[in-house]
Design a protein around this ligand. Structure first.
Ligand SMILES: Cc1ncc(COP(=O)(O)O)c(C=O)c1O
Length: 504
């Protein structure tokens, strides 16, 4: 057999040099990993005990004196990020390895260490297949999955039997929207959703429209809420499904779920038609605000693990059994999960989701209070010093999602100047494109304001010190960028730039 030729990427001496120079850094990384798997204090969990000192003090000299860390003007830099001198004092995520302060909780949340602790045995000791019926390994995994199912159900006022485990909210949305549409297609081929849904809902609907379904995309009011009269006007006897998200991932707007389900019921009653089913994508809502599927008249709902301090790659679909919501499964196989989602249930991930839900159930009120305080601290801190800021979306939205547009500042310059803060401009899933956010455009935001928007995502582990540092950085950066802007100069001179007729 011919040996496979392997061409080294670096010379051996260069690799040896990097290896020895960064040994301290590597031992710090090892200790980070270790910290995460040790039992944690269930009352006040912290994500990591490792400080940024290790990385900062040992930048890792490369051959020829080249350094991984470069001295910046006002501090050291690593991999393009300015290491934050305040990071070690802030007590939150910036604490680990001098990385940017994390304020992007709508993209994902860090996993709560208590969740990891609960999951670990199901990887290594209790590794049975929960569908194995003939031995203790299977039984113990099945019992853990049952317990998790109960935790998820309890958080949203459902029965455990109504919960179907999936890989996340994208899959749940696909499964519910396409599955319901397909099941009812013989008689009812109309679906209602909104213009501001997550891409996975919009794209599921777009795909259905290629299959002969008719989709109504409801507009939203300037504050991001739908109009119930628009919904009423859009309902038809052949509407099989209304899919409206609970909390918007870009602007935090909370849609009136109970009023929406009441409107759907009233239409069916008044017109003697079959009631359209009501689905809500609650990926950003479950565990953050009170959701009760019974009280809110929800027929189907999507849940994501990694938005609620649980693991990535797991989620759930609430699919009401009584009265039964009927849908065609997308995945066929062993018939697991009521036949709606075949495939071995990933017990460790599901256990993690269950624990995340249990913690959320217990701590949601306290989390919400803290997040509200931090959110007000952020907004007040910035707006006290900087004017011409627009808050996008309803002010009564979820406080952990604050979307601000900064007039007379170029959006990309803003993000570039704030590399020491992990933020998003618009949805994380679309931030690779420079298109202004479709959600902000649906609110009627001017193109330049949509371009200069930042989303601040605050969560369970965000600290006051982090918020204070972010406030300070935003004030500094926005002031500096405006000083460089000719438009801002004109505004300062009292010129109404909206009245200017620009030539080519
Ligand atoms: C509102 C909303 N729905 C669905 C998703 C997709 O969730 P998942 O990553 O679990 O597939 C997201 C994630 O950004 C979201 O914010």
């Amino acid at each position: 057999m011919n040996p496979i030729a392997v061409r080294p990427l670096f010379s051996a001496s260069r690799l040896r040099s990097v290896a020895s120079a960064s040994s301290t850094a590597r031992s710090a990384i090892r200790s980070t990993r270790r910290t995460l798997v040790t039992p944690t204090n269930p009352v006040k969990a912290t994500v990591s005990n490792v400080t940024s000192e290790h990385v900062r003090e040992d930048p890792g000299e490369l051959e020829g004196g080249e350094s991984l860390a470069n001295e910046g003007e006002s501090g050291k830099e690593m991999f393009g990020f300015k290491l934050n001198p305040v990071a070690t004092k802030t007590g939150g995520h910036a604490k680990s390895a001098g990385r940017p302060i994390y304020l992007d909780m709508q993209a994902t949340t860090p996993m709560d260490p208590r969740v990891l602790d609960k999951m670990l045995p199901y990887f290594t000791e209790q590794y049975g297949n929960p569908h194995s019926r003939t031995h203790a390994y299977g039984w113990e995994a099945e019992s853990a999955v049952d317990e998790a199912r109960q935790e998820v159900a309890s958080l949203v006022g459902a029965s455990a039997k109504d919960i179907v485990f999936t890989s996340g909210a994208t899959e749940s949305n696909n499964m519910i929207i396409k599955g319901i549409a397909k099941f009812h297609q013989a008689k009812r081929k109309h679906i209602i959703t909104t213009q501001t849904e997550h891409k996975c809902v919009l794209d599921s609907c777009r795909w259905l429209s290629t299959q002969g379904f008719e989709i109504t995309y409801l507009p939203v009011l300037p504050n991001g809420l739908i109009s119930l009269s628009d919904l009423k006007a859009a309902l038809r006897p052949d509407t099989s499904l209304v899919s409206i998200m609970a909390v918007n991932n870009e602007i935090g707007v909370i849609q009136p779920l109970k009023d929406i389900s009441d409107t759907i019921k009233a239409y069916a009653k008044e017109n003697g038609t079959q009631k359209a089913l009501f689905h809500t994508d609650a990926a950003q809502a479950v565990g953050k605000i009170e959701i009760d599927v019974e009280k809110m008249g929800i027929d189907a709902m999507s849940i994501s693990g990694h938005k609620i301090y649980g693991p990535k790659g797991v989620g759930a679909a609430y699919v009401r059994r009584r009265p039964r919501v009927r849908l065609e499964p997308l995945i066929h196989g062993g018939g697991q999960e009521r036949g709606l989602r075949s495939g071995t249930v990933p017990a460790p991930l599901v256990v993690g989701l269950g624990e995340a839900c249990r913690i959320a159930n217990r701590e949601m009120a306290a989390d919400h209070k803290r997040v509200t305080e931090l959110s007000e601290r952020l907004i007040n801190g910035i707006t006290k010093e900087v004017d011409h800021i627009v808050r996008n979306g309803d002010v009564k939205g979820y406080p952990g999602c604050v979307n601000l547009s900064f007039a007379y500042v170029e959006g990309e310059s803003l993000l570039m100047a704030l590399k020491d803060i992990a933020l998003s401009s618009g949805s994380a899933c679309t931030s690779a494109s420079l298109e202004p956010s479709y959600v902000l455009r649906a609110l009627g935001a001017a193109e330049d304001m949509a371009h200069s928007s930042l989303r601040f995502g605050i969560g369970r582990f965000t600290t006051e010190a982090e918020i204070d540092l972010v406030v300070e950085r935003i004030i500094g950066v926005v002031t500096r960028l405006r000083e460089m802007s000719p438009l801002w100069e004109m505004v300062q001179e009292g010129i109404d730039i909206s009245k200017i007729e620009w030539s080519q």
